[in-house]
Design a protein around this ligand. Structure first.
Ligand code: GUN
Ligand code: ZN
Length: 431
């Protein structure tokens, strides 16, 4: 589909490398410039006056001094938990049983699944998030609902049917090894690679799957290696003990996945807080990705993920809300929580590192760094426009800033959807 050329101008965020490897302010810069978009892709980056001459018929969106960031990428979330976000007083296993599983059973109703999928993606766009990797429920219709809602909005999306076949999940939320395989296969054949959709094979986590189910899903991934695989790993210490009771012969939690081929490039392990040295070594050797879910880790009381250490290990790490274990839909709030956890684990993460994690870091974790997550020629034009003075409280602080990062940081720490002045998907303003 051919669309009208457009030009978007502001302070453009540019990545020159990984800000955990290079000095952060060399790796990430922001400068007044403009982006020419043709057919949803970034065609040229140059001063606004130059692009006006190059493309005199283009529609111009001049955002002044607002920051133009790659659209935020939420690398781990549960859209079906939208309705139970901020549920009080429980830790992981009780939280699943009390709040999550009853809500997920409602997704047997296709109309409800569609309603929440649409509501959720609208929330994301208004918070500047243009791509999410989301769990669905065991109901295939819940997967169709999310892919369809993303397709309608033109969004790049990762999703999969959440598989559970153990009696740790309630009756209404159980499949079998065979139906998990068959339904996941049918869904990936239907959606994977269709437009901007990517399928993720999705065993919820070892405590809700039998070895037979993990084996079946490992086989399905081996047959479809361009799919991603998403699950949970070592979120809470109680959970690790629980895993041990079901898999007494496993060397550690990761081994329960590794044994069935559920590890490697394209594997996305949510949380991964309490890791053994052997697990870290295997995650490194296999090129697996870790996904940091900071608001969830504090909200459910899981623990402190050591970002600086895992990046120093050379691991791919993405950033995520983990809605609704996470307490926010906002990647700004998620960056703030990541900063706070960094402080508690001994490293003050630089604002450039936080922004990079929410965009390029997540894109690389999802193996989508060639399509999304940065502003460069040839990339898909998913962009988030950030007002660096969105409230009086933020404005009075950023007014004193001496550098671009000093002006960005108050919005990271105190900003919300009011700071998102525009979200573009493939160059089209959508929120
Ligand atoms: N572990 C297994 N399922 C879930 C979930 O839905 N949320 C979180 N935070 N952890 C999980
Ligand atoms: Zn999760």
């Amino acid at each position: 589909k051919v669309t009208q050329d457009s030009i978007i101008s502001g302070q453009i965020v540019t990545y020159h490398g990984d800000p955990f490897t290079l000095p952060a302010e060399q790796a990430v810069t922001a400068q007044k410039s403009a982006i020419l978009i043709k057919n949803g892709l970034i065609a040229q980056i140059a001063p606004l006056s130059t692009l006006r001459r190059t493309a005199p018929h283009a529609t111009v969106h001049d955002h002044g001094d607002a920051l133009i960031s790659p659209g935020f990428i939420d690398a781990h979330a549960h859209y079906p938990q939208t309705g139970i976000i901020a549920s009080w007083g429980k830790r992981l296993i009780d939280w699943l049983n009390t709040y999550t599983f009853p809500e997920e059973q409602r997704f047997a109703d296709t109309a409800y699944a569609r309603e929440i999928a649409n509501l959720y993606l609208d929330f994301l766009l208004s918070h500047g998030t243009t791509t999410v990797a989301s769990f669905c429920t065991i109901h295939p219709e819940s997967v169709d609902a999310l892919f369809k809602a993303a397709q309608t909005r033109g969004m790049r999306i990762v999703a999969g049917k959440t598989c559970m076949d153990r009696d740790t999940a309630p009756q209404g939320l159980r499949d079998t090894a065979q139906t998990a395989y068959d339904q996941s296969k049918a869904l990936l054949n239907k959606w994977h690679g269709k437009g901007r959709a990517t399928y993720a094979i999705t065993p919820r986590f070892s405590p809700t799957s039998t070895p037979e189910q993990l084996e079946a899903l490992g086989a399905l991934w081996a047959e479809n290696p361009s799919c991603l695989m998403q699950t949970h790993l070592s979120e809470q210490t109680d959970e690790i003990a629980w895993v041990k009771s079901f898999y007494p012969n496993a060397r550690d939690y990761l081994d329960t996945y590794e044994t069935y081929g559920l590890i490697g490039k394209g594997a996305l392990f949510g949380h991964a807080i309490h890791l053994e040295p052997r697990e870290i070594a295997r995650l490194q050797d296999t090129g697996s990705s870790l996904i940091h879910c900071p608001t969830s880790n504090t909200f459910i009381g899981s623990g402190l993920f050591n970002m600086a250490a895992r990046k120093a290990d050379g691991l791919r790490v993405g950033l995520a809300t983990d809605t609704g274990g996470g307490s926010s839909f906002s990647m700004l709030r998620t960056m703030a929580a990541s900063y706070e956890i960094g402080q508690l684990t001994g490293t003050a993460l630089h604002p450039a590192q936080l922004l990079w994690l929410a965009t390029k870091g997540s894109a690389e974790a999802l193996h989508m760094g060639a399509q999304i997550g940065s502003i460069a020629v040839g990339m898909e034009a998913d962009l988030t426009v950030i007002d660096l003075a969105s409230t009086p409280e933020i404005a009075q602080r950023s007014a004193r800033a001496q550098t671009i990062w000093e002006s960005v940081f108050p919005t990271i720490m105190m900003g919300d959807d009011r700071a998102i002045s525009k979200t573009y998907v493939m160059g089209i303003p959508v929120a």
